[in-house]
Design a protein around this ligand. Structure first.
Ligand SMILES: Cc1ncc(COP(=O)(O)O)c(C=O)c1O
Length: 309
């Protein structure tokens, strides 16, 4: 007789990432010679930049292959704090930054450290599929806020205020957004932040697509409007998208100190540090100002053209 395995409630309701499954299927079809475009995972169509790879190779060659501090090496945490200062006008101490194994890992850490049974987390739809699953894994309840064409797929401050109850723990703000590509204007972001301040709700601001802006759109972090906004925001970010490092599994978050410390402790008992030599690739990526991005993209477009010529 087949063994019947018992699962925790947490795992029983869980379904595998559909995005990764779609990606796997597209790769399978490609391998079978079928002309297919995968709309599953979000991956830039250029390779990780050479100077980033070189830094990780050098780290390996020099034996940088051991455990590091769980929240990341000080040099990387500092370079991320510098990025927030330089690009977002936000001041963070290095111990407010926790480096992780990807933006997904950072989101998960936030849910696990802040949310529990009885808590509600507001997730605007259409959403990145992992958000509600992570909320459920933390034992909390996702509250889906529907948006549509009438508001350009944006949540309005009135809609957010209405959805907040005394059990709301967290509001997920993802701009630029996956999957809609919507970018909230600075005024719209501020208005949503103001609602959260008024109601005492923490914001998980997923800014992983910060640098992928088109047609004159601008990104402004919700944390940057005032000290109050910053005190109520956890920024999640990562190297995957703008630096095209999806497979490196390297992300980070910035939060008020007590939250960052708790997340670092949580991570220290789950994954420990993100991969040592990947972190040195991260330092190389992070210390190069993003104003170089258009030049990198042009370079890769040229290489692609040559490859296909
Ligand atoms: C909205 C959003 N947040 C976070 C992530 C996590 O990215 P990673 O874990 O690869 O850094 C993704 C990846 O697709 C995403 O779309």
């Amino acid at each position: 007789m087949a063994m019947e395995y018992k699962f925790s409630d947490r795992a029983a309701a869980l379904t595998p990432s559909v995005t990764l499954a779609i990606d796997g299927k597209a790769k399978e079809m490609k391998a079978a010679g079928i002309d297919v475009v995968g709309f599953g995972t979000g991956q830039p169509d250029f390779d990780t930049l050479d100077f980033v790879k070189d830094a990780a190779k050098k780290a390996l060659d020099e034996g940088f292959t051991k455990y590091t501090p769980a929240a990341g090496i000080p040099e990387l945490r500092q370079s991320i704090a510098d990025k927030f200062e330089r690009e977002n006008g936000l001041s963070y101490q290095t111990d407010q930054i926790v480096v992780s194994c990807g933006g997904k890992h950072s989101c998960f850490n936030v849910m696990m450290v802040l949310c529990e049974q009885g808590d509600e987390v507001i997730v605007p739809a259409p959403y990145w599929l992992s958000y509600p699953e992570m909320v459920r894994m933390a034992g909390a309840t996702p509250v889906i806020l529907e948006t549509g064409q009438a508001t350009d797929f944006k949540v309005t401050p009135e809609q957010l205020a209405q959805a907040i109850t005394d059990r709301t723990r967290l509001y997920i703000l993802n701009s630029p957004s996956n999957p809609t590509g919507v970018v909230y204007s600075p005024a719209e972001i501020k208005a949503l932040g103001d609602v959260c301040i008024e109601k005492g709700v923490m914001i998980l601001s997923d800014e992983i697509y910060e640098h992928l802006l088109y047609d004159g759109a601008v990104h402004q972090s919700v944390a940057s409007f005032s000290a109050e906004h910053q005190a109520q925001t956890i920024i999640v970010h990562g190297f995957a998208k703008a630096w095209s490092m999806t497979g490196w599994r390297l992300g980070f978050m910035a939060a008020p100190l007590p939250i960052a410390k708790k997340i670092a402790a949580f991570q220290s008992h789950s994954t420990s540090n993100p991969t040592s030599f990947a972190q040195l690739g991260g330092v190389a990526a992070m210390t190069q100002p993003m104003s170089h991005l258009p030049a990198w993209l042009a370079e890769f477009a040229k290489r692609r053209e040559l490859a296909h010529a």
